[in-house]
Design a protein around this ligand. Structure first.
Ligand code: ATP
Ligand code: MG
Length: 213
């Protein structure tokens, strides 16, 4: 096991646009749950994302519903509406602060991301504050080059105290899954199948509502 003995509740937070949620997200969350002995993983769909203004994403409530459908059968998965209910732009640092308030200082909080997303996050304005409140699990994504981490001098944290002021990042190997929401949307618009790339309920809901056509 990667971590020292577990003394308190351990939760994972998986933020995302989830437009739509796909099996890459679910495998990542499940793998984090098991590898890091988490008690729960919260999926947190974004409200109106500050970083994705270039493309209008689906209505937050629809993205939330698909996330609920996708996670319904897993007793360790929950979906949080916190960013959807918040007025205005949502920032991850505020979300993690809210979880910290609910679970107390003792709780271990892990923010789960893909390796690409973690590099964006640590470049954000409030990254220092975020890194004080949680640790990170970075899932290595197919085709993603870990060299970028080395270039940025953000070395993965491996069961030893990281340098003061540096974020605690654990790398997590996940089974290769070259699935992205972008690709799912493209497939739907080209009338290609998305079955087996997203949960069945999500595929049905996308079809029923006529999303991404
Ligand atoms: P888009 O293509 O629209 O950017 P996405 O597939 O990257 O969508 P997001 O909702 O943007 O999905 O991502 C939420 C989180 O899931 C991010 O931390 C992202 O890095 C991670 N993620 C996305 N796809 C995968 C995958 N196939 N394997 C592991 N992590 C993934
Ligand atoms: Mg993405």
């Amino acid at each position: 096991m990667l971590l020292p003995e577990k003394k308190s509740i351990r939760i994972g937070i998986m933020g995302g646009t989830f437009d739509p949620i796909h099996n890459g997200h679910l495998v990542t969350a499940e793998e984090a749950l098991v590898q890091f002995e988490l008690d729960k993983v919260f999926f947190v769909p974004t409200g109106y994302p500050p970083h994705k203004e270039e493309r209008k994403s689906l209505d937050p409530v629809e993205r939330y519903l698909m996330t609920v459908i996708a996670t319904a059968s897993n007793p360790h998965f929950e979906v949080s509406k916190i960013e959807i209910d918040r007025k205005g732009l949502s920032f991850t640092v505020d979300t993690v602060r809210e979880f910290r308030k609910n679970y107390g200082a003792e709780a271990e909080i892990f923010f789960i991301t893909g390796a690409d997303a973690i590099l964006e996050i640590i470049a954000w304005k409030n990254a220092d504050k975020l890194a004080e409140m949680c640790k990170f699990i970075a899932a290595t994504r197919p085709g993603y080059c870990l060299k970028k981490f080395e270039e940025l001098h953000v070395l993965p944290y491996e069961n030893k105290e990281p340098e003061p002021g540096k974020p605690k990042i654990y790398m997590m190997e996940i089974p290769a899954l070259a699935i992205s929401s972008t690709d799912i949307r493209k497939r739907v618009s080209h009338k290609y199948p998305i079955r087996y790339l997203v949960p069945e309920g999500v595929a049905n809901y996308v079809l029923k509502r006529g999303f991404y056509r």
